[in-house]
Design a binder for this molecule. Structure first.
Ligand code: ADP
Ligand code: MG
Length: 728
C-alpha cells in the first residue's frame, strides 16, 4: 500500500534540514583518504613494487603475478586498517550504473580457523556470473564465462566496509561486456594517433591524455512524496501529473538560494566525494524547481568516468540520509527542463599543452586549429553515431524539447573560431608557407592572442559546443554512463587523426613540405566538415529543415538511431582503431534494443496499473458525487433541474469522456504490447515498442492530466507537481 498523498505532503513540508558535521580537518587533509592512491601505495608497498606498479599505470607496462601479489597484500593491509571486511570487483555492465559482488577477506587457515586473505589472483581476476548481466548473446556465442579484471589505472577505494577494485568485464574470448573496456581502448587509440599528429608541432610530446569534466544534473524529491508516487518509485519518472501553475517561468530557481535541506545534502555529498578522491568543485541550482547541478574539476577520462559512476551511487545513498530521493532520470517531469550530463572533453600533452587551447605562437595556433578541425571532422563524419551514443529511452523524452539540445548533432564554434576557419578556407598556399616564419601572419591564425577566446560567447542550444579550451557534449543523458559517448568520441577522433596523418604523409611523399601538406589537408577538412558547424538557434524549426538539407542525421526514433552503430563505416572506424569489433558492436546493440524495450514496457505497465487502480476508481467516485448532486437537485427543483445542474452535468459528461479514453487507451496499449511481445528479434521488438506502445503513454496521460484539474483536490490520490517540485 503506497503512502497517502496528504500524509506524505504533510511530512515533507514539516521536514527540517539534517545538519551535517563538517570534518575538523581541511579538505586537503582528508581528500582521497578512502582511496588507495599513490600516497597510500607508497606507504603500503615496497619501493620496487611501487615503481613497477606506477610504471604499469603510466606507461602500460605489464603487471606479473609477483607484483600483483605484493600489491594485493599492501592493499589489504591498508583496507584492514580502515575496518574493511569485504572486497569487490567493481565494474560497469551494459546497463547504466555499476555492479559489484562482495566477498569477505577471510579464507580457511587449514586448521579449522579463518585468516584474512587477499591474494594477487583475487585482485587481478574474478568470475561474476556473466549470464546475469546483459551480454547481447555474446556469452552464448562463445560458450564462455565472463570475468572481471583489475584496471590498475583507476585506484581502488573503500565504501563502508568494502574495498572496491575498479575492473573491466569481459568474456573469456576477450569481448567487452562492459563500458570500461572500450573506453580504455579508445583512450589508448587517441593517445597513439593524437601523439603522431602532435609531433608535427611539438617533437618532444610522448603521451596524450584525454580529459573529461562532467557536469551532473539531478532532481531531489522528498522521500515520502517519492514513495507516494508508484510511477516515480518504479520508473524514476512521473507518468502523469498536470503542470504546476508555477514552475520555471520566473527563472527564479536558477538564481535562487539553495534550500537549507538541500544545502546540507550537498555538504555531505561533497565530504563523501572528497574522501573518495572526487574533486567536486561547483554546485548550484538548475533551471527547473528542485533541479540541481554538480561538477568536479576535470580529470583523465577513465578516472573521471569512474568518479561519475561512483558519485551517482553516493548521491543516492546520501540523499536517503537526508530524506530525499535523487532522480537521475533525464525527464522526471513533463513541461519543465530535463537533466543532462555535459561532458567537457579535451586533450593534453605530457608536456603540458592543452590541444584545444590557442597558444602563444604560430606553431601552437596551427596545432590548435589542426585539433579543432579534426574534431569537427570526427563529429561531422560520425554525427549519427554520436547521436546513437547518447540515445536512450530516458533521453528520448528530454531531447528535442524546447529546453534541451535537439536530436541533431551540430557544433557551435563561436564567431572567432568560425572566422578563423573561414579565412583559412579561403586563403591560398602562399599564406600557408608564410605561417612558418614570424613576420607573415596573413591567415590570422597566429594572431589569436592568449586567452583572447571569448568563452562567454555561449550557445546553450548547441549539442556539441566549443567553450574556449574544450568541447562540451551536452546531449548526454543524466543517468547515462559517460563512457558510452566518450568512447565513440575518442574512437572517432583517433580514427580521424590517423586519417589526417596518413593524408599529410601522402602529400609529403608527393613532394610537399610538412606545412604545405598540413595546410592542404586542413583546408579540405574545413570545407568538408562545414555542414556540422551551426551557430544559430538549435531549437528552432528552421534548423531542423536546414540540418536535413545539409545531410545531417535527423532520425528521431531511438531504436533506429542505434543502427548507426553497425553501418559499414562505423564498423570499419571502430575496427581501424581497435576499440570495438563487429561482433561486439552487434552484441551491444542487442542489449541497447532490449533495454529500450524493457524501459518502455515497464512504463506502460505502471501507467496501465495506475490508470485502472488509482486514477479511474477515484474519478468514478467523484463522478458519483456529482451524479448524486444532480439527482438531489432534480428531487428538489423538479422540472427546472437542468438549468440548475448545468455545471455538474457538464463535468459529468467531460469526465465520462476522459474515463472512456483512458480505459480504451489502456486496453489498446495492452494489445499493442502483446503484439510487440510476440516479436523475437530485439531490434524489431524495440521498433514496435517505439512505434506502437510509446505513443499511448502520452495519449493516456493527457486525459489523466485533464482529470486532475476536474476532480476534487481532496480526492486526488497522487502528489501533484506543485507538491513534488518545491522543497521547503
Ligand atoms: P558551465 O556550467 O558554465 O559549463 P562549469 O564550471 O559548471 O561550467 O563546468 C565546467 C566543467 O568543465 C567542469 O567540470 C570543469 O572541470 C570542466 N572543464 C574545464 N576545463 C576543461 C578542460 N580543459 N577539459 C575538460 N573539462 C574541462
Ligand atoms: Mg557546461
Amino acid at each position: 500500500m503506497s503512502i497517502s498523498r496528504f500524509n506524505a505532503v504533510e511530512k515533507a513540508s514539516n521536514r527540517k534540514a539534517i545538519e551535517v558535521v563538517t570534518p575538523k580537518e581541511k579538505v586537503s587533509e582528508y581528500f582521497a583518504s578512502n582511496v588507495f592512491n599513490r600516497k597510500a601505495m607508497q606507504k603500503y608497498l615496497s619501493k620496487g613494487i611501487f615503481q613497477q606498479l606506477t610504471n604499469a599505470i603510466d606507461n602500460g607496462a605489464l603487471i606479473d603475478g609477483h607484483i600483483a601479489n605484493h600489491v594485493a597484500s599492501g592493499m589489504r593491509m591498508w583496507a584492514l586498517e580502515k575496518g574493511v571486511t569485504h572486497y569487490t570487483h567493481w565494474f560497469h555492465p551494459l546497463t547504466d550504473g555499476t555492479a559489484e559482488k562482495h566477498d569477505a577477506f577471510v579464507e580457511h587457515d587449514g586448521q579449522g580457523g579463518m585468516i584474512e586473505e587477499f591474494s594477487g589472483k583475487l585482485l587481478v581476476q574474478q568470475e561474476p556470473d556473466a549470464s546475469s548481466f546483459p551480454n547481447g548473446g555474446l556469452r552464448n556465442t562463445f560458450e564462455a564465462r565472463g570475468y572481471s579484471a583489475w584496471d590498475p589505472s583507476s585506484p581502488a577505494f573503500v565504501v563502508d566496509d568494502t574495498l572496491c577494485i575498479p575492473t573491466v568485464f569481459i568474456s573469456y574470448t576477450g569481448e567487452a561486456l562492459d563500458y570500461k573496456t572500450p573506453l580504455i581502448r579508445s583512450v589508448e587509440a587517441l593517445n597513439e594517433y593524437a601523439a603522431k599528429v602532435c609531433n608535427y608541432f611539438y617533437a618532444d610530446v610522448k603521451k596524450i591524455t584525454t580529459f573529461l569534466g562532467w557536469e551532473q544534473e539531478y532532481f531531489l524529491v522528498d522521500i515520502e512524496l517519492y514513495a507516494a508516487r508508484p510511477d516515480l518509485s518504479l520508473t524514476e519518472r512521473t507518468l502523469m501529473g498536470h503542470e504546476s501553475a508555477k514552475n520555471q517561468q520566473l527563472d527564479d530557481h536558477y538564481f535562487g538560494s539553495i534550500p537549507p535541506r538541500v544545502q546540507e545534502f550537498m555538504k555531505e555529498l561533497e565530504i563523501e566525494s572528497y574522501k573518495l578522491g572526487i574533486p567536486v568543485k561547483t554546485r548550484h541550482n538548475e533551471a527547473a524547481p528542485s533541479q540541481f547541478e554538480l561538477a568536479p574539476i576535470y580529470e583523465e577520462c577513465n578516472l573521471a568516468n569512474d568518479h561519475n559512476l561512483l558519485i551517482m551511487a553516493v548521491m543516492k545513498r546520501v540523499a536517503r540520509k537526508h530524506n530525499f530521493r535523487v532522480l537521475l532520470h533525464e525527464k522526471p517531469f513533463q513541461g519543465i527542463n530535463g537533466s543532462g550530463k555535459h561532458n567537457n572533453w579535451s586533450m593534453g600533452t605530457d608536456t603540458g599543452v592543452q590541444l584545444f587551447s590557442p597558444g602563444k605562437d604560430q606553431t601552437a595556433n596551427l596545432s590548435f586549429i589542426t585539433f579543432v578541425v579534426n574534431a569537427l571532422m570526427a563529429v561531422y563524419k560520425n554525427n549519427a553515431l554520436l547521436k546513437a551514443s547518447i540515445a536512450s529511452a530516458g533521453n528520448e523524452y528530454r531531447l528535442g524539447g524546447y529546453e534541451a539540445p535537439p536530436v541533431i548533432l551540430s557544433s557551435f564554434l563561436g564567431t572567432q573560431i568560425s572566422d578563423i576557419l573561414d579565412k583559412f578556407e579561403n586563403s591560398d598556399i602562399d599564406d600557408a608557407i608564410q605561417m612558418d616564419d614570424k613576420k607573415g601572419i596573413k591567415l590570422g591564425v597566429g594572431q589569436i592572442p592568449e586567452l583572447l577566446l571569448d568563452n562567454t560567447d555561449r550557445n546553450r542550444t548547441s549539442s556539441f559546443a566549443f567553450t574556449g579550451n574544450r568541447f562540451e557534449f551536452r546531449a548526454v543523458g543524466s543517468s547515462a554512463n559517460c563512457a558510452s559517448s566518450m568512447l565513440v568520441l575518442n574512437a572517432a577522433m583517433a580514427h580521424q587523426l590517423k586519417q589526417f596523418y596518413n593524408e599529410v604523409e601522402g602529400l609529403r611523399k608527393a613532394g610537399q613540405t610538412k606545412k604545405e601538406a598540413i595546410f592542404h589537408v586542413l583546408k579540405k577538412c574545413i570545407k568538408e566538415s562545414k555542414p556540422v558547424r551551426f551557430d544559430g538557434n538549435g531549437y528552432s524549426n528552421e534548423w531542423r529543415v536546414e540540418a536535413k538539407r545539409r545531410g545531417l542525421d535527423c532520425e528521431t526514433s531511438i531504436p533506429l538511431q542505434y543502427d548507426a552503430y553497425t553501418t559499414p563505416e562505423t564498423i570499419a572506424m571502430f575496427k581501424d582503431v581497435n576499440v570495438l569489433s563487429e561482433i561486439e558492436l552487434q552484441a551491444r546493440n542487442e542489449v541497447k534494443w532490449e533495454i529500450y524495450t524493457k524501459k518502455v514496457q515497464i512504463e506502460a505497465r505502471v501507467l496501465g496499473d495506475l490508470s485502472l487502480n488509482h486514477i479511474i476508481p477515484v474519478v468514478i467516485r467523484y463522478q458519483t458525487i456529482l451524479l448524486e448532486n444532480v439527482a438531489r437537485i432534480q428531487q428538489i427543483y423538479g422540472e427546472d433541474f437542468r438549468a440548475m445542474a448545468a455545471e455538474p452535468m457538464r463535468l459529468i459528461e467531460k469526465i465520462s469522456g476522459h474515463i472512456n479514453a483512458v480505459n480504451s487507451g489502456v486496453f489498446d496499449m495492452v494489445e499493442a504490447r502483446k503484439k510487440a511481445n510476440r516479436i523475437e528479434e530485439a531490434r524489431e521488438k524495440a521498433i514496435a515498442y517505439h512505434d506502437t506502445v510509446l505513443p499511448f503513454l502520452g495519449e493516456i496521460r493527457s486525459h489523466i492530466d485533464e482529470l486532475e484539474l476536474m476532480v476534487d483536490n481532496q480526492m486526488w490520490p497522487l502528489p501533484k507537481y506543485r507538491e513534488l517540485l518545491f522543497i521547503r
